[in-house]
Design a protein around this ligand. Structure first.
Ligand code: PLP
Length: 423
């Protein structure tokens, strides 16, 4: 098994190859804490700085070109400057950006979303997935008249709703009880201990928690238990809604009361959405005056136009099935190559995460940390092969990727296994 020495050598080559990115971080650090305005993007010794992208490729400040296997943490499903999206954006830009009014666009995007996701009868837009989840929790508390939430260890619902352990000072002060993913007993216990649970908030696949899939029956169990206890079931599909034409809930056959969306749903522009049962969403009807939900850019025309173009013309039902079938095939292939190193990808369809272990992963606590240097080595090895991913191991496929790029990733994984797979 390769040790820290191989990683140290790889890091030295990285530092030598990227002087301009290093300089840029130093420069940026004079005016932003750590040179950073989005924590997830930072890694030691310094992160790459990108200058642009096209299709499934990215260019960095030191003149390297990468195949983009991160796709903006799943939001860049359409790749960079997709012609259909670009056309929609230029059209919207030429027509006035800030109209201070309802437009026809938000109702069109809302219709596409209602048609696509079975649990959504009505929808409201936000500027981010985080906001959509905040809105969902407020709606659930107001609707049930209860005040507590069940979420899951390792769950991530945004920068202020993160349950991975380290972020508690940033979290909004909801009363949240944490259960374990794929563990119905832990949920059942909380439901019995606390009579005031307004909602269970869950990702149908843990995303930032490591692309950990829900086991058969777990989500259905949540559906039944939440109903029995008078709590609402909220699916956070900000990351997973791309994994099947009607969201992961369609593939898994479970219908929540509310769901949240984000990432690609605005065509790559800032966005989020909350949708679900009409009787719950009716609380936001200004004619009834129960819940007021503000947001200057909730219906901004760029997001609305790009979102419509994407759902209507590009990410069709067929495109979703095809992309996710490719992702499943790729993951299986990569896992065959990595098995001798006791490494594996978990995930579904077009979104996956590398873990340096061969043990089955049911929840984040199953992921060992003592072999993280292997995951890091894979990340830096791929950069040397011209492939960009997330240091934490996240990979997301975008639509412009062709078989050629998938083969490039497979070949680079073979090289990794050959180079580092010996004793
Ligand atoms: C499952 C999930 N929920 C919510 C969010 C937050 O979305 P945003 O970054 O748009 O606020 C994310 C972002 O990664 C996510 O993966």
């Amino acid at each position: 098994m390769p040790g820290m020495l191989e990683l140290t050598r790889c890091l030295q080559r990285y530092i030598r190859a990227n002087p301009n990115s290093a300089r840029q971080l130093d420069w940026a650090a004079r005016v932003m804490p750590g040179g950073n305005t989005r924590s997830v993007l930072f890694y030691e010794p310094f992160p790459l700085v990108m200058t642009g992208g096209s299709g499934c490729f990215l260019n960095d400040l030191d003149g390297h070109r990468y195949v983009d296997f991160l796709a903006e943490y799943t939001a860049a499903l359409y790749g960079h400057s997709h012609p259909v999206i670009t056309h929609a954006l230029t059209g919207a830009m030429a027509n006035g950006l800030n109209l201070s009014a309802h437009t026809e666009l938000e109702a069109r995007l809302a219709s596409l979303i209602v048609e696509r996701f079975a649990c959504i009868e009505q929808v409201r837009f936000t500027n981010s997935g985080t906001e959509a989840n905040l809105l969902a929790l407020a709606a659930a508390k107001a609707y049930t008249g209860r005040s507590a939430i069940i979420a899951f260890n390792g769950g991530y619902h945004g920068g202020v709703l993160s349950f991975a352990g380290a972020n508690t000072a940033m979290n909004v002060p909801h009363r949240v009880y944490l259960a374990d993913y794929n563990d119905m007993d832990s949920v059942e216990r909380l439901l019995h201990e606390h009579v005031d649970i307004a909602a269970i908030l869950v990702e149908p696949m843990l995303g930032a928690g490591g692309c950990i899939c829900a086991e058969p029956g777990f989500l259905q169990g949540l559906r039944e238990r939440s109903q029995a206890h008078g709590a609402l079931l909220i699916f956070d599909e900000v990351m997973t809604s791309r994994l099947a034409p009607g969201g992961l809930q369609e593939k898994l056959g479970v219908r929540p009361d509310l769901m949240t969306l984000g990432k690609y749903i605005g065509g790559g522009m800032p966005c989020g959405a909350l949708g679900g049962r009409a009787d719950i969403m009716a609380q936001f009807d200004p004619r009834q005056g129960r819940l007021s939900h503000a947001g200057t850019f909730n219906n901004n025309v760029l997001t609305m136009a790009a979102g419509i173009a994407g759902l209507e013309q590009v990410y069709t039902r067929e495109a979703a099935l095809e992309l996710n079938a490719r992702g499943d095939g790729l993951r299986e292939h990569l896992n065959d190559v990595l098995a001798p190193l006791a490494m594996q990808f978990t995930g579904q369809g077009s979104v996956m995460n590398l873990h340096p272990t061969s043990v089955p992963i049911r929840r984040p606590a199953d992921i060992p940390t003592h072999r993280n240097h292997l995951r890091d080595l894979f990340f830096f090895h791929l950069l040397e092969c011209g492939i960009y991913s997330a240091r934490r191991g996240l990979f997301a496929l975008s639509l412009p990727l062709t078989d050629r790029e998938l083969i490039r990733l497979i070949t680079a994984t073979h090289t990794f296994a050959e180079r580092y797979g010996g004793d």
